[in-house]
Design a protein around this ligand. Structure first.
Ligand SMILES: Nc1ncnc2c1ncn2[C@@H]1O[C@H](COP(=O)(O)OP(=O)(O)OP(=O)(O)O)[C@@H](O)[C@H]1O
Ligand SMILES: [Mg+2]
Length: 80
């Protein structure tokens, strides 16, 4: 049964943690955090485009900046 071990497309997924731990195809956007820190803006507004990954990116940053969480594994740069 091929579907048991093949990676899945994360349709409708909204949680970065589930995306990284759920055997999904993942586009690594973790360097976006560096961009935000480098720019040093107080506020960033991203209203579009639709289905761009805004919610998942916010979830990724929430995991990164949450000092009560150890996000080292979650934020590990992907090799493939
Ligand atoms: N880093 C990623 N890796 C793989 N798939 C992703 C990634 N980010 C987003 N997706 C895919 O795109 C879908 C839409 O992501 P998300 O809900 O974060 O976008 P959005 O910009 O918030 O959408 P909306 O405009 O509807 O609010 C996800 O359900 C997932 O299938
Ligand atoms: Mg959204």
């Amino acid at each position: 049964m091929r579907w048991l071990y093949e990676k899945r497309v994360p349709l409708g997924q909204k949680s970065y943690e589930k995306l990284k731990t759920g055997n999904y195809y993942v586009v690594d956007k973790s360097l976006m955090i560096k961009d935000y820190l480098d720019k040093g803006n107080e506020v960033t507004l991203i209203t579009r485009p639709r289905r761009f990954g805004k919610t998942i990116n916010m979830s990724m940053m929430a995991d990164f900046f949450d000092i009560t969480k150890d996000s080292k594994e979650l934020l590990r740069i992907l090799k493939s």
